[in-house]
Design a protein around this ligand. Structure first.
Ligand SMILES: [Zn+2]
Length: 194
């Protein structure tokens, strides 16, 4: 019963975060992935799941250290990146989304230097990285995890954003703050003021 209550609580949080990402337009219907670390395990959304419409069966759990091919093959294709982030950084939760304004700026900037108050306060400069294969590749896992050692958020050129946090709400704060900072810069560029 205790386990069930814990599972319900975890699912509820995934459900709320997924819906929020979807409502904010930070993902398309089947994009993005969410994970948390629970002791030696990773709990992550299933491959192909719709974050805005999550069901309890959409959460997959497997051990971070020991290979668990049965469960891992059901997990998000980006679980290779999530695993490496958990191994290399202090992250307890990770969100990957396709923030439109961050992605637009990734084509024209080397990094996003936040100029709004919230961005400057929480994020300062958001790194932008480029990969030959910008999805589910060992190269992506390495570059993203190394960058997130000292940064809460990283933008992958042409793809989207990975953010870490001590909890999913913390990672969401970083994901949404990054998008707000990117949108402000984008609009100022359009106005010829940046
Ligand atoms: Zn993606």
């Amino acid at each position: 019963m205790r386990q069930k209550t814990l599972d319900d609580k975890i699912f509820k949080e995934f459900e709320l975060i997924g819906k929020d990402l979807s409502n904010r337009g930070l993902i398309s219907s089947h994009a993005g992935n969410i994970s948390i670390r629970s002791d030696e395990n990773i709990i992550i959304t299933r491959s192909g799941s719709m974050l805005g419409w999550l069901n309890p069966e959409d959460l997959v759990m497997f051990n971070i250290e020991n290979s668990d091919p049965e469960n891992e093959k059901c997990a998000s294709t980006e679980s290779i990146v999530h695993k490496e982030i958990f191994k290399s950084t202090d992250a307890k939760a990770i969100i990957h989304s396709h923030n439109p304004f961050c992605t637009i700026l990734s084509f024209i900037l080397e990094e996003i230097k936040c100029i709004d108050l919230e961005g400057k306060l929480f994020l300062e400069n958001i790194p932008i990285i480029e990969c030959k294969n910008p999805t589910a590749s060992p190269e992506l896992a390495k570059k993203v995890s190394q960058t997130l050692i000292d940064n809460p958020v990283v933008v992958v050129k042409s793809h989207g954003v990975f953010a870490k946090g001590m909890a999913l709400t913390d990672a969401l704060k970083n994901i949404t703050a990054a998008e707000q900072s990117a949108e402000i810069i984008y609009r100022l560029i359009l106005l010829g003021k940046h």
